[in-house]
Ligand binder design. Structure first.
Ligand code: UDP
Length: 314
């Protein structure tokens, strides 16, 4: 039974990865300090004999008993609203947290997988974004705390690979959505759905012509698992290459939810990337992976989840 440790395991993505690992016969050690993760995301796993939860800040010293086969570093605030509210923690978990988790992987001779991000490309001048593009990031802007932390994390991961011979993987995750996102995480999909379900106006920032490409969480988890089990040391983009403007997304959500909501326009946040679409040629060729869940289907499942959440609160 492989023994796999995941940081940020109670987060949106992390908890879906825990599910997948348990399903595929791993013993899972889930670390989270719960500043953006939530116990309810892993509550259904707590009684499972192969699952262990430890509340821990991974920027502190990590002491784990026994062997570890894989270390997955997913801890970080990841929504722009969260990382701008938690700038120091974001910088620390991407830098100190990456160093600590790499150190743990080295001590255990474990395989290490870093959750990096499309934000390493910043406001990109190359479109779609390929892994050999070095990006266009403002280091001192409000998003710099996340972007530079993840860029540092990639550099650190490659240093451990090159200088310590650590077996490493780097995934650059593009916008992902689905059940277990926090309704108030500030992201566009969760905001729009929750606004539409409450009959409130949808808040489009800027003129809504900026683009994003949205990957449903089950597709993302499949790609992540394939990468973990592969021998690919180079960074790999994972995301859905179908690109939409933010206004198009607003209309899709309005159609899917129905109800009285309208659209209201607000100022565009500083350094908000104008365009984003992953080139997934590398993932297709090396992992045999591509997304399969259409946006209409993914939105329907996510709306179902948030509707249930709202009903349980009311
Ligand atoms: N956005 C929006 N309304 C919202 C939340 C976000 O128009 O209520 C826009 C945001 O300005 C950005 C895009 O939607 O252009 C995606 O934002 P998100 O926070 O989901 O993630 P990002 O891709 O910027 O990291």
């Amino acid at each position: 039974m492989p023994r796999t440790l995941i940081t940020g395991g109670a987060g949106f993505l992390g908890s879906h990865i825990c599910d997948r690992l348990i399903r595929d016969g791993h013993e899972v050690i889930c670390l989270d300090n719960l500043i953006t993760g939530r116990m309810e995301n892993v509550a259904h796993l707590l009684d499972h004999e192969a699952f262990r939860f430890i509340k821990l800040d991974v920027t502190e010293y990590l002491d784990i008993d026994g062997p570890v086969d894989h270390v997955l570093h997913f801890a970080s605030p990841a929504s722009p609203v969260d990382y701008q509210r938690l700038p120091i923690q974001t910088l620390k978990v991407g830098s100190l947290g990456t160093h600590k988790t790499l150190g743990l992987a080295k001590a255990k001779a474990a395989r290490f997988l870093l959750a990096s991000t499309s934000e390493v490309y910043g406001d990109p001048v190359i479109h779609p974004q390929r892994e050999d593009y070095w990006g266009n990031v403002n280091p001192i802007g409000p998003r710099g705390v996340y972007d530079e932390a993840k860029r540092f994390a990639e550099a650190m991961t490659m240093a451990y690979h090159r200088y310590h011979g650590l077996d490493t993987r780097i995934v650059r995750i593009f916008n992902t959505y689905g059940p277990r996102m926090r309704p108030n995480d500030g992201r566009v999909v969760s905001n729009f759905i929750n606004q539409a379900l409450r009959g409130q106006p949808l808040t489009v920032y800027g003129d809504g012509s900026q683009t994003r490409s949205f990957c449903y969480v089950s597709d993302m988890v499949e790609g992540l698992y394939r990468l973990l089990m592969s021998s690919e040391v180079d960074p790999i983009n994972l995301g859905n290459p179908k690109e939409f403007t933010v206004v198009e997304l607003a209309h899709m959500v309005l159609r899917a939810v129905g109800g009285p909501s309208t659209i209201e326009f607000y100022p565009l946040p500083t350094d908000d990337p104008r365009i984003r679409q992953p080139d997934i040629g590398r993932a297709r060729a090396r992992l045999g992976w591509e997304p399969t869940v259409e946006i209409t289907e993914g939105l329907a499942r996510t709306i179902h989840y948030f509707r249930g959440q709202l009903e349980s609160v009311n």
